[in-house]
Design a protein around this ligand. Structure first.
Ligand SMILES: Cc1ncc(COP(=O)(O)O)c(C=O)c1O
Length: 370
């Protein structure tokens, strides 16, 4: 049987592992930070109608510039943005890939702050960009001093700032972002995949775009918008950055069906985002309850919580899975990550995790069976 090793694969891909969050059919899936609330039925009907209309024209290539969609994203984001400042692709992963293709590549370096979103390293490798990491401060925070020191040390072509950070949930201050933009000579991406879940009044890095042509703010419809299956991500930046991304995208990369579905969803953004407050409430409930149980939840501005104080993360992960609850072992010692789900899903998780609470008698027994 042929194995990867027998193939003339690129040397820098040898021995690498693909992205691989487990995909399992379980009653309670809280592992990949999706919005676990389904799309409202009335909105779904409208999306179907718009996709159906697009199907009648599938003999033609779609609008390569997805002009209507870019205008709709600009309206949604506000901040005085215009359509020529917007880019979109099949998920923000592809948006980030375009950024790495245009501004990274062989001989160039991308910097992130570990632990951070695992795809940054994979996208860097895939585009031949060297991936380097700086550290974080206590509680996974990232101060301007720590971030700037790493920029000075590595002199990167691209800095990937995740705000709030996955997998830790840590919000990022404007002070850190502006200090990084000033210290770096390259592109600075602020990945705001989870921004809509931030506490009310939390400013977006979109506010910082004016006068900073090397700053990019990326967003996704996969999380708050409950549209992960449709694969739509987007960014806002200087129009010149958008021109650079046009050089690397495939022609017609956003299908007519994707454009129609995204436009329909954006036309209903209030209904699509209606569950965000509820999800934020469930996140707070998770943090409070985990702290009460003796775990150590980290500060989160996202729709998930990373918590420490777990004796044996692999055993607790398996113990929960046996009870039909899938969360994420992100490989951080003593930690697990859980997505805030519906109230019922959150209750199921909290009831099950109580059995693994540090020092609890049932926790000890559960740890033994798991
Ligand atoms: C921080 C962050 N950025 C980007 C993404 C990619 O999302 P998508 O490609 O679905 O837009 C994710 C997905 O989990 C993420 O956590």
């Amino acid at each position: 049987m042929t194995t990867l090793d027998d193939l003339p694969i690129r040397d820098d891909l040898r021995g690498r592992s693909p992205y691989g969050a487990p995909q399992k059919a379980v009653p309670v899936a809280l592992n990949v930070n999706e919005n676990t609330h389904p799309i409202p039925e009335a909105v779904a009907h409208d999306i179907v109608a718009r996709v159906a209309a697009a199907i009648l024209q599938l003999n033609r290539y779609p609008d390569r510039e997805f002009s209507e969609l870019r205008a709709a994203f600009a309206r949604y984001l506000g901040h005085g943005l215009a359509a020529d400042q917007i880019w979109a692709a099949n998920g923000s992963n592809e948006v980030l890939q375009h950024v790495l293709q245009a501004f990274g590549g062989p001989g160039r370096t991308a910097l992130g702050f570990a632990p951070t979103y695992s795809m940054y390293g994979l996208l860097s490798t895939g585009t031949g960009t060297a991936w380097v990491v700086g550290g974080r401060d206590d509680e996974f925070e990232l101060t301007p001093e720590t971030a700037v020191a790493a920029v000075r040390e590595h002199d990167p072509d691209i800095v990937l700032l995740c705000s709030p950070n996955n997998p830790t949930g840590t919000p990022l201050s404007h002070e850190t972002i502006t200090a990084v933009v000033e210290a770096a000579r390259g592109i600075v991406v602020v990945d705001e995949a989870y921004h809509e879940f931030a506490d009310a009044g939390t400013p977006s890095a979109l506010e910082l775009l004016d006068g900073r042509p090397r700053l990019i703010v990326s967003r996704t419809m996969s999380k708050a918008f409950a549209f992960a299956g449709a694969r739509v991500g987007y960014l806002a930046a200087d129009p010149a950055v958008v021109d650079a991304l046009r050089l690397v995208r495939l022609p017609y990369h956003l299908s007519a069906l994707t454009q129609a579905a995204a436009l329909a969803a954006l036309a209903h953004s209030d209904e699509m985002l209606a569950m965000v407050d509820d999800i934020r409430g469930q996140r707070e409930r998770i943090s409070e309850e985990l702290a009460r149980l003796g775990f150590h939840p980290y500060r989160s501005g996202a729709n998930f919580v990373l918590f420490g104080g777990v004796d044996d993360p692999a055993a607790v992960f398996t113990g929960l899975l046996e009870r039909g609850i899938l969360i994420r072992d992100v490989g951080l010692p003593g930690c697990l990550r859980v997505t805030a789900g519906t109230e019922a899903e959150t209750t199921a998780f909290l009831e099950a995790i109580a059995g693994f609470a540090p020092g609890s008698a049932s926790g000890a027994a559960n740890r033994m069976d798991a």
